[in-house]
Every structure is written in structure tokens, then in C-alpha cells.
Ligand binder design. Structure first.
Ligand code: XMP
Length: 516
């Protein structure tokens, strides 16, 4: 699909955990932004015609033999450049500055003082808190650079080139721990790059619908619905773009959360009046999963069964030529699927629930330029209810990977009941949007308890709730004790066969978000 923005800024990714965050922060200022590989040729940048470049941070030291480099010619393109952390070091080094390894890595909050008023810090107080995370720092610049700010341990916390529109920040303006970071990025985008900030999601929706209509003509499009945010937003977008030419398929694999199937039917069959095919396949999935306890084996089984069900149903839909999927920008970047994008990262891709690439359909991926928060905002614009728009992510293999050990109908029902209590209580406490993913896990362990006068020997449920922006790293949510107490009491009282509740206090890494 062709791009939609007149003005764009490119983020060169040097391996930073924050590259996507930088891009989102830029888009939050209504400037379209894409992440590209750090070694992209200057000539290619010229062709892409961005308004400016941001060089991301990265884990390397500029002096390491394999340190990621950029094409030095890019500094001669006359384009505004903002180097952040490693990006600043690369820029300074390329233009004659010196980078030194500081004795101690500086990590965390620092007080920064702006020493030279300039456009990057316009409207920003002279003393600000900033977030540092670096080993090396620029120790000396060539005469071409003017230092702009200092911290206690960093004599050159920000710089500006004397004659070129090149700036550097040793700290991270993109993280929330740099409270005035948005002002600084905004100054770069508006004043230095001259962006007008007119990129709007509303335009995106309209233009994407036009593009889809044009491409699809009068053919039929199939869309797989899972109840998750991404596929729901795609379906809502297509429902508005091509209405009666859309057919949705929901595979009820028996591994969905309580009442999920009904919510999807209500929304798409009743509200959007979409042609919705619900494939009742609980038995097929449970049979395939019988006696399987290995997590990856579960995923494989579920993946195969899903493809069979989906393909069988799709074959019944006459004239279907296109298949719509809810691929998001991070999926595109992380799978290395973008032409100029960075190479695939090490992120484990579990998307066994996906469809094989060789299905006889042409793919439509209307969200492939959007981040999750943008997909949510789009869903809201398209009229999806909050309940769907703000739904926590749910893994393709569903509750099977939260039923640790054997997956049976009885165990799934137990888990479903516990899960709905966890989510319900977190919502009632007003913490559902603050937490990124919250759920129950049924353990393959029985423990002794007493209920009334009787001794019990029953199941154990673990509660998991995590806070994260990117799902690559995550912290366990520091939920209030009273909330945990309510969850525990309700699960033990209301869910038959459970007599003990645990709260998972492991961060990722080293733990993962799911238990399997
Ligand atoms: P982990 O457990 O790897 O999960 O920390 C990171 C995110 O991915 C989701 N997840 C999956 N999603 N198929 C999916 O579509 C899977 O097999 C799968 N396993 C984990 C998980 O829920 C979390 O959001």
C-alpha cells in the first residue's frame, strides 16, 4: 500500500530498544515517521525525501569493531539531523568530535542545565530532568560543534553544529522520564525540520479506505476475526470501506475467553452487519490437543487445526480474492518485512496462529503502518466500543498456553471462570488501561486446603498482570493488596475446584509474559 504522508521523518535504528518509541513520539506530534536501517545509503535517503532524520541510540560503543555505522554522506544532505545518545556520538564522531568511554555507565535520572539558549530548547526551562542510559559519551567536540547543555557527570549533554542543522542529545527525550522531552522533539520537528504537523489518523482512515476500494474493485475480501484489537480494527475499517464485499471468519476453537465469541458476534454481525462465519471447532481443537503438554507442540497443533478450519470455511465463500490481516508496524519491523527497515530483531515470533503465506489470496494489511496505540485510536474513530478497543492482547493459541499442562474442557472452563474475575476486578479498580495484560493461569498442581470443615485437594491459579509498552520487556504490575485480596477471595469462592491463588511477581526478562 502506498504511503500517505507529505511530510515524514526517518528514524535510523542503531539497535535501540527505544527506536519504536521515538517513532511513536514523533507521530504523536502529528508528523509521520518511519524506522529505517542504520546503514541506509545517503542516496536512498535523498529519494525518500524526509524532512529530517533522527539517529537512535544503541547498545554498542562507537569504538567496537562491529559498531553499527551510518553512511557519513548523510550528514552532507543538508537535512536536519537529531542524534540521540549513540546517534549523537556517531554524528559527533563523523564530524570530528571525540567520544570517550565513561568509567561508570550512567543510567537513570540526571539534572540537566541548558547552558546556551537555542531553538532545540525553546520554551524549555533552563534546568530539566532527563533520562540517561549510556556507557560512552562525547568528551570533546570539534570546533564545528557548540555545546548546549550539561549534567553533573556529562559535560556535553547536548550539541549543535555551527553551520549544519545537526543536533545531538546525550539523554533520551523519547522516554517519559524526560518530562520535557516532547517539547525538545517538537522543537526539532517544527522549528528545525519545518514540519507543519498535519499528519492525522482521520486522514489515514479515509485514504486507506480509498486505497482499499481501489485495489479490491468488486472482489470479495475475507478477514479472520479473533476478538483482538488488531483484527477488529481491520474488520471495522473494511466494513466501512467495502461493506457487503467483506466476509469475516471467526474460528471458535474452544480456547477463547468467556463470552468472547458472543462479543464478536454482537459487534460484527449485529452492529456492522458484516457477513460473519462462525466456525464451531471446539471439539476438533480439544481432540488435537489431547494429551499434549509441551507448549510449542500445543502451538503447532493449534496452528494446524486453525489453518484447516479457516481454509475450509474460506473455500465456501464465493469470489474471495483478498485476505485482510491486522499486521501492525512493529510486526513489519520485527519480521524485517519493510524494504528500508532494520533487519529482523531477535524477538521470538510465536505467530503460529497465523495463516500460511501461500494461501491463494492477495494480502491486504491496512494497519501495517500503525503502532498499537494508533490502531486503537483508529478503532475508536471507526466506532468500535471501548471494550474491544482497549482489550488486552490475547495470544493466538488462546487459553491453551495458560492451561499449563494438559488442556481439557474442564480445565479450560475453570480457567475461563478465574480469568473473567481477574479482568473484571482490575477493570472495576480502574486499572485495566494502566496494565498491559492481565490474566489467570491454571497450574498443573494441586494443593491442600480447608473449606468449612473439609479438607480439600484442589487446583492452583496464578494471577499475572504486567506493565509494558512494547511487550519485549515487562514489569509485574504493582497491584494494590486490596485488589489482589478481592481477586483471590472471589476466585476461591466462585471457581469450583480452586483453593489457592498466587500472584506472579516475575519481570520479563527473565520470565516471559505467558507461562508457556
Ligand atoms: P511472551 O510470553 O513471549 O509474550 O513474553 C509476549 C506477548 O506475545 C503474546 N504471545 C503470543 N501471541 N501467539 C500469539 O499470537 C503466541 O503463541 C503467543 N505467545 C505469547 C503474549 O500474550 C504477549 O502479549
Amino acid at each position: 500500500m502506498t504511503r500517505i504522508a507529505d511530510e515524514k521523518v526517518l528514524v535510523l535504528d542503531f539497535g535501540s530498544q527505544y527506536a519504536q518509541l521515538i517513532a511513536r513520539r514523533v507521530r504523536q506530534q502529528n508528523v509521520y515517521c518511519e524506522i529505517i536501517r542504520h546503514d541506509i545509503a545517503a542516496q536512498r535517503i535523498r529519494e525518500l525525501a524526509p524532512k529530517g532524520l533522527i539517529l537512535s541510540g544503541g547498545p554498542s560503543s562507537v569504538y567496537e569493531p562491529d559498531a553499527p555505522q551510518c553512511d557519513p554522506e548523510l550528514f552532507q544532505l543538508g537535512l536536519p539531523v537529531l542524534g540521540i545518545c549513540y546517534g549523537m556520538q556517531i554524528a559527533c564522531q563523523a564530524l570530528g568530535g571525540q567520544v570517550q568511554n565513561t568509567p561508570a555507565r550512567e543510567y537513570g535520572r540526571a539534572h540537566c542545565r541548558v547552558t546556551k539558549p537555542n531553538e532545540l530548547f525553546a520554551g524549555v526551562p533552563e534546568a530539566i530532568d532527563v533520562w540517561m542510559s549510556h556507557g560512552d559519551q562525547v568528551s570533546q567536540t570539534s570546533n564545528e560543534f557548540v555545546p548546549l547543555a550539561v549534567t553533573d557527570t556529562c559535560p556535553i549533554a547536548a550539541v549543535k553544529h555551527r553551520s549544519l542543522p545537526i543536533y545531538g542529545l546525550q539523554f533520551h527525550p523519547e522516554v517519559t522520564h524526560t518530562p520535557r522531552g516532547a517539547n525538545i522533539l517538537g522543537n526539532f520537528l517544527q522549528t528545525v525540520c519545518g514540519c507543519s504537523g498535519t499528519w492525522k489518523l482521520g486522514d489515514f482512515a479515509r485514504e486507506t479506505m480509498d486505497t482499499v476500494r481501489l485495489r479490491v474493485g468488486d472482489s470479495r475480501v475475507i478477514c479472520g476475526l479473533s476478538g483482538g484489537v488488531d483484527s477488529s480494527v481491520v474488520a471495522a475499517l473494511l466494513a466501512q470501506a467495502i461493506g457487503p464485499q467483506l466476509s469475516c471468519i471467526l474460528v471458535d476453537n474452544g480456547l477463547l475467553r468467556k463470552d468472547e465469541e458472543m462479543a464478536v458476534i454482537r459487534e460484527f454481525a449485529d452492529h456492522f452487519k458484516t457477513d460473519l462465519h462462525v466456525v464451531k471447532a471446539e471439539e476438533k481443537f480439544l481432540e488435537a490437543l489431547a494429551d499434549i503438554t509441551d507448549p510449542q507442540e500445543k502451538r503447532r497443533c493449534i496452528g494446524h487445526a486453525f489453518i484447516e478450519c479457516f481454509a475450509e470455511e474460506a473455500a465456501k465463500i464465493e469470489g474471495a480474492r483478498f485476505l485482510a490481516q491486522g499486521t501492525l508496524y512493529p510486526d513489519v519491523i520485527e519480521s524485517g518485512g519493510s524494504l528500508d527497515g532494520p533487519a529482523a530483531t531477535i524477538k521470538l515470533h510465536h505467530n503460529v496462529g497465523g495463516l500460511p503465506k501461500d494461501m491463494a489470496f492477495e494480502l491486504i494489511e491496512p494497519l501495517r503502518d500503525l503502532f498499537k496505540d494508533e490502531a486503537r485510536a483508529l478503532g475508536k474513530q471507526l466506532g468500535l466500543p471501548d471494550d474491544i478497543v482497549w482489550r488486552h492482547p490475547f495470544p493466538g493459541p488462546g487459553l491453551a498456553v495458560r492451561c499449563v499442562g494438559e488442556v481439557t474442557k474442564v480445565r479450560l472452563d475453570t480457567l475461563r471462570e478465574a480469568d473473567v474475575i481477574v479482568v473484571d476486578e482490575i477493570k472495576k479498580a480502574g486499572l485495566y488501561r494502566k496494565t498491559a495484560q492481565a490474566f489467570a493461569v491454571l497450574l498443573p498442581v494441586q494443593s491442600v486446603g480447608v473449606m468449612g470443615d473439609a479438607r480439600t485437594y484442589a487446583d492452583v491459579v496464578a494471577v499475572r498482570s504486567i506493565d509494558t509498552e512494547d511487550f519485549m520487556t515487562a514489569d509485574w504490575s504493582h497491584l494494590p493488596y486490596e485488589l489482589l485480596a478481592r481477586i483471590s477471595t472471589r476466585i476461591i469462592n466462585e471457581v469450583q475446584g480452586v483453593n489457592r491463588v498466587l500472584y506472579d511477581i516475575s519481570s520479563k526478562p527473565p520470565a516471559t509474559i505467558e507461562w508457556e
